[in-house]
Design a protein around this ligand. Structure first.
Ligand SMILES: [Fe+2]
Length: 264
């Protein structure tokens, strides 16, 4: 019998085949990337889950998950794979709030940590271990704003429940992603997410460079863009390791992402 994580990978691959990408600029070659992700997800094959037990969410986030599961919509095989993954998952906070080595009150992790949880099906913490592909569930608190950030991995979000505004680049243009739709984040693309009034449940998958720095962008008091690097330390806590002032050339790349943009 096929395991929960392998079934999840297979059903996510099937769902990506016909998904709309309403928040991506037209210049992104979304369909070519979706095919690469589908090949990787199908490449997982019929591997059994490990035998580690599920880890439940705390009470509040568990309520968001219940609400999100009540709102699942889509093909029965996909819905059933999501329910199975949600029950079997080892849920964890993706950012640990106590990992701030700086002690500064502007630690963005502190605000966000309690609003973002994941259950990895495939990956270093998954039911199937992989160091080349991540896939799983990503649960976000209603009305949470996940500010502008970038990472080396190429990322896909597939909407399962709730609606989220997704911004690509610095162009300040947002699009709405709902259930059954997909957003592709190319490597190092700046992006931000803002949840609607309902909890948001996304299916995520990452390919490429899975580790490294997660850069968070913010303007200085003078209005100059800066970015802070957050890195996982050997004790698994996140720490802010570098702050850079960004050059006009660098910000222009991100401002240019929405040039010529039309909604799909
Ligand atoms: Fe991301």
């Amino acid at each position: 019998m096929t395991g929960i994580a392998a079934t999840f990978a297979h059903e996510l691959s099937a769902a990506l085949k016909s998904a709309d990408a309403p928040v991506n600029p037209l210049t992104d070659d979304v369909s070519a990337w979706l095919e690469q992700f589908r090949t990787a997800l199908e490449g997982v094959g019929d591997v059994q889950d490990d035998s580690d037990p599920p880890v439940k969410l705390p009470a509040g986030p568990d309520d968001w998950l219940r609400m999100a599961r009540d709102q699942l919509d889509g093909l029965p095989a996909l819905v059933s794979a999501i329910h199975a993954a949600a029950s079997a998952g080892r849920w964890y906070q993706i950012y640990a709030a106590d990992g701030d080595s700086t002690g500064l009150s502007d630690n963005p992790m502190r605000d966000l940590a309690s609003g973002m949880y994941a259950a990895q099906m495939i990956g270093p913490r998954g039911l199937i271990k992989s160091t080349e592909l991540l896939a799983g569930l990503f649960l976000l608190r209603p009305r949470l704003h996940y500010p502008l950030h970038q990472h080396q991995a190429t990322e896909i979000y597939f909407g399962a429940s709730g609606t989220v505004q997704i911004q690509h680049g610095l162009g300040q243009v947002e699009g709405t992603l709902g259930p059954g739709q997909v957003s592709l984040t190319p490597s190092n693309r700046l992006h931000a997410l803002t949840m609607g009034d309902s909890p948001v449940l996304l299916l995520y998958t990452w390919m490429g460079e899975l580790g490294g720095r997660n850069w968070w962008w913010h303007p200085s008091d003078e209005g100059v863009w800066q970015r802070d690097a957050w890195e996982r330390q050997s004790n698994a806590a996140w720490a802010k390791t570098v702050t850079e002032v960004l050059s006009p050339e660098h910000t222009a790349i991100e401002e240019g992402i929405d040039v010529g943009r039309e909604f799909r």
